[in-house]
Write a protein that binds this ligand. Structure first.
Ligand SMILES: C[S@@+](CC[C@H](N)C(=O)[O-])C[C@H]1O[C@@H](n2cnc3c(N)ncnc32)[C@H](O)[C@@H]1O
Length: 225
């Protein structure tokens, strides 16, 4: 069986071949390090994967929960074209400030709206604004709230909306029903909801790479009610 060192080396091998050198992304990652943000952004290969999904979907309206330094935000926003709009929600003002600067580095400030505050409150506010449904929603904030975020994601969806959720495998801990980790609980509850949720069809894929062993859920909304 291959180990984490191999996963990292393979990630590097693939990244070198499918992602041309990108000065903007290098700068964004170095800004994140300088700002001492936690090293929990998606990997380059995962960011590119999100970018490709946005292109396949032709998404023009994107909602992201959990901005950090805007790394995944930039990967997605770049793919939606100049007429796209992305709203990203972030609790921590320091993360949001860093993301704001990074989004300016990427020249995307006219398309990306960072909203600072608790995502649940921000989602409530968004609902009051009677915002149009989104084409794609990426959930990557605090994991204990994944069940709530899934409910909100469905609220902001229409048939065809793509919903992606990061970190749903958690080093395999997702199958540990004795786990006391609230993040694992959040993910398990999220899967319980999925098991009876008829408005959404999707799957989860386990991933290994520079970010260890984890996985993404990806689904598409098939009916509004
Ligand atoms: C995994 S990081 C996001 C990574 C980012 N999507 C990327 O790949 O570049 C999770 C982010 O969610 C934020 N967060 C945590 N709890 C939150 C909440 N209740 N509301 C909004 N954001 C929250 C954290 O501050 C952190 O920046």
């Amino acid at each position: 069986m291959k180990d984490a060192t191999t996963w990292e080396k393979v990630d590097e091998y693939v990244t070198e071949r499918v992602i041309p050198f990108d000065g903007v992304m290098e700068k964004v990652l170095s800004n994140n390090r300088q700002a001492e943000l936690p090293d929990i952004a998606v990997s380059p290969a995962q960011g590119k994967w999100l970018n490709v999904i946005v292109q396949i979907k032709g998404a023009k309206r994107i909602l992201e929960l959990g901005t950090l330094g805007g790394y995944s935000t930039i990967w997605m926003a770049r793919a939606m074209g100049t007429d796209g709009r992305l709203i990203t929600l972030e609790l921590d003002p320091h993360h949001a400030e860093t993301a704001k600067a990074n989004i300016a580095v990427a020249g995307l400030e006219d398309r990306v709206d960072i909203r600072v505050g608790n995502a649940l409150e921000q989602l409530e506010q968004l609902s009051k604004e009677e915002t149009e449904p989104f084409d794609l929603i990426f959930i990557d904030a605090d994991k204990p709230n994944n069940p709530n975020y899934l409910r909100w994601a469905l609220h902001f969806s229409r048939p065809g909306t793509v919903i992606i959720v990061d970190n749903v495998i958690r080093d395999g801990e997702v199958i540990d029903h004795h786990s006391t980790d609230p993040r694992v609980h959040g993910v398990r509850k999220f899967f319980d909801i999925l098991s009876t949720e008829l408005r959404l069809t999707g799957t989860a894929l386990q991933t290994v790479g520079s970010k260890g062993y984890d996985g993404f859920y990806i689904g598409v909304v098939v009916s509004a009610d």
